[in-house]
Design a protein around this ligand. Structure first.
Ligand code: ADP
Length: 490
C-alpha cells in the first residue's frame, strides 16, 4: 500500500491520508480530518488529513530551507530539468492508476482522465526542457558599464488549485515553478485531495530533495488562507472562483506577495450560418458538455445566427439526448457526475431560474438517478443577455442559446461580460474569423475548434478571468524575478 494513503483500522473501507512536508508523511498538527467522496455514488472514499496554519508554517519553513540551502539551491538548471523529466516518466508509468483515482474522486470519465494525464506528462516534459533555457540578457546601457539581467526564482510559492482538473492544474503550476528553481507548497481542493498525494510520492521516487515540493490538504478558509498571509511564502498562484481570488488579493496585500490568478469564464461561442454546421454542432456540444461543463472555458454562451438557429438547436438537442451519462469508470460513459451535491444543487437551481426568467428549456435540466450527483445535458433556447443563466458561471452542463443577426452585434454582445477567458467562432469567412479574434476580449480564441489547450501556448484571462498567463514561455514570467547587474568597466 502507498505511504500516502494508509488504512485506518476502525473503518477498513475508508483510508486516512497524511500531509506531505519535507519529504515526510506527517499527521496534521491539530489532527483534523475531512471526508472525500465518490461523486458517482455519494459514498465516502477517504478520510483526509486536514492541514491548518501550523502545518502551513512547517511546510513554509521546509520550503524556505530547501530554497536557500541544500541540494536544490545548488543544483544545476539542467539537473532540475532532469528531475522533472523523471517525474514525468513516473507519472506516465502510473498513469492508468492515477487516472482511475482521478475519476473516482473527481467524477470525470476515465477517457477524460487518461487525456488529462497525458496533458500532465506533456506539461512536465515541456517545462523540464525549459529549466536550462531560462536566460537573462546583456543590456546596451549608457556609459562605461556592463549591464546584464539574471532570472532567479521568486522563492517559496503557494499553489492553490481547484477540483475540476486536479492533476492538470497541479502540473501547470508545478512544472514552471520547479523549472525556474522555486520551492512549492501545493494546496489541492478539498473536494479532490487524493491524486496530489500520489504525485508527492512519485516526486520522492524521482529524487526531488526534501522541502522542494510539499502537499497540504485542507480547507480554503484555513490552510489556503494561512498560505496567503504567511510571511515566508513569496507568491500565491491560484486557480478557482473569482470571489475567492478577491479574498486572496486582499489577504496577500499585507505581505505584498506576487499573485497570479486563473479564474472563471462565461465564454462566447459564436456560430455563423456560413460555418460547416455539423462541425459547429459537434464543436458547440464539446464546448459545453466536456467534463459536464465543469471547465472554466466552457462554451456556455452559444450565439447562433438567427437563420440557422432552429436547425442548429434541433441537431444539438438530438446529440444531447443521446449522451451516455453514468459511471465515470466505465469506458463507454461520456459524462460522469458533477463533483458534489453542492454543485449539482447549484446547477439545478440555475435551471429553475432559467425557466422562471422565461428561457425555453429544450432538453435536460434534471438530475439523473437518485444516487450520485448526475445532471443531464441541458439546453435553453431564446435566452436573453440579461438572464442569470446567460450571465453567471454555472459550471455545469447547461448551455444558453442566444440568437444574433450581424457580426457587429454579436461581437459587442460577446464582450458584454466581466469575464474574458476564452471565446470561439465557427465560420468559413477568414475576415470574420480574424476580426472576431482581434476584437473579442479573451485570453484564448478558437476558430472552428474548441478546448484546444496545449502546454506550449499561453493561457489566462482578460478582465475578471485572471492575471498572468500559464503555459508556454509566458508562465516563466510568473515564477522568476529579474535582477539587473551593472559592472563598472575600466
Ligand atoms: P470552487 O468554487 O470552484 O470550489 P474555490 O475558489 O472555492 O472554487 O476553490 C478553489 C481553491 O481555492 C480550493 O483549493 C479552495 O480550498 C481554495 N480556497 C477557497 N477559499 C480560500 C481562501 N479564503 N483562501 C485561500 N484559498 C481558498
Amino acid at each position: 500500500m502507498s505511504q500516502a494513503v494508509v488504512a485506518k483500522p476502525s473503518k477498513p473501507a475508508v483510508c486516512l491520508t497524511k500531509l506531505f512536508i519535507n519529504n515526510e508523511w506527517v499527521q496534521p498538527v491539530e489532527g483534523g480530518t475531512f471526508e472525500a467522496y465518490d461523486p458517482a455514488t455519494g459514498d465516502v472514499i477517504a478520510e483526509v488529513a486536514a492541514g491548518t496554519a501550523a502545518d502551513v508554517d512547517l511546510a513554509a519553513k521546509a520550503a524556505r530551507k530547501a530554497l536557500e540551502t541544500g541540494p536544490w539551491a545548488k543544483m544545476d538548471a539542467a539537473d532540475r530539468g532532469n528531475l522533472l523529466f523523471k517525474l514525468a516518466e513516473l507519472i506516465q508509468r502510473d498513469s492508468r492508476e492515477l487516472a482511475e483515482l482521478e475519476s473516482l474522486n473527481c467524477g470525470k470519465t476515465i477517457t477524460d482522465s487518461i487525456g488529462d494525464l497525458q496533458g500532465v506528462v506533456n506539461t512536465l516534459r515541456y517545462y523540464a526542457g525549459w529549466a536550462d533555457k531560462i536566460e537573462g540578457r546583456t543590456v546596451p546601457v549608457r556609459g562605461n558599464f556592463l549591464s546584464y539581467t539574471l532570472r532567479q526564482p521568486v522563492g517559496v510559492v503557494g499553489q492553490i488549485i481547484p477540483w475540476n482538473f486536479p492533476l492538470l492544474m497541479l502540473s501547470w503550476k508545478l512544472g514552471p515553478a520547479l523549472a525556474c528553481g522555486n520551492t512549492v507548497i501545493m494546496k489541492p481542493a478539498e473536494q479532490t485531495p487524493l491524486t496530489a498525494l500520489r504525485i508527492a510520492e512519485l516526486a520522492m521516487e524521482a529524487g526531488f530533495p526534501a522541502g522542494v515540493f510539499n502537499v497540504i490538504n485542507g480547507f480554503g478558509e484555513t490552510a489556503g488562507a494561512a498560505m496567503c498571509t504567511h510571511p515566508e511564502i513569496d507568491k500565491i498562484a491560484f486557480t478557482g472562483h473569482v470571489d475567492t481570488a478577491k479574498i486572496i488579493q486582499r489577504a496577500t496585500s499585507e505581505t505584498l506577495k506576487r499573485t497570479s490568478y486563473e479564474l472563471g469564464g462565461k465564454s462566447p461561442n459564436v456560430v455563423f450560418a456560413d460555418a460547416n454546421i455539423d462541425d459547429a454542432v459537434a464543436g458547440a456540444f464539446h464546448a459545453i458538455y466536456f467534463h459536464g461543463g465543469q471547465c472554466c472555458t466552457a462554451g456556455s454562451r452559444l450565439f447562433v445566427e438567427e437563420k440557422i438557429r432552429d436547425e442548429f438547436v434541433s441537431k444539438l438537442a438530438a446529440k444531447a439526448k443521446q449522451r451516455r451519462v453514468g459511471n465515470p469508470l466505465d469506458a463507454n460513459t461520456e459524462q460522469g457526475p458533477q463533483v458534489s451535491q453542492e454543485q449539482m444543487d447549484k446547477i439545478l437551481g440555475y435551471v429553475e431560474l432559467g425557466k422562471k426568467q422565461g428561457a425555453k428549456l429544450v432538453t435536460g435540466g434534471e438530475r439523473v438517478g437518485d444516487k450520485g450527483f448526475f445532471v443531464n445535458p441541458t439546453i435553453f433556447d431564446g435566452v436573453k443577455d440579461d438572464m442569470a443563466i446567460a450571465k453567471d458561471e454555472i459550471f455545469g452542463p447547461v448551455v444558453s442559446v442566444l440568437p444574433f443577426k450581424s457580426f457587429d452585434e454579436v461581437l459587442d454582445r460577446a464582450n458584454r461580460t466581466n469575464y474574458g477567458l476564452a471565446a470561439a467562432i465557427w465560420t468559413k469567412d477568414i475576415d470574420k474569423a480574424h476580426l472576431y479574434a482581434k476584437g473579442v476580449k479573451a485570453g484564448t480564441v478558437w476558430v472552428n475548434c474548441y478546448h484546444i489547450v496545449d502546454a506550449t501556448t499561453p493561457f489566462g484571462g482578460f478582465k475578471m478571468s485572471g492575471h498572468g498567463r500559464e503555459n508556454g514561455e509566458a508562465a516563466l514570467e510568473l515564477y522568476t524575478e529579474t535582477k539587473t547587474v551593472t559592472v563598472k568597466l575600466g
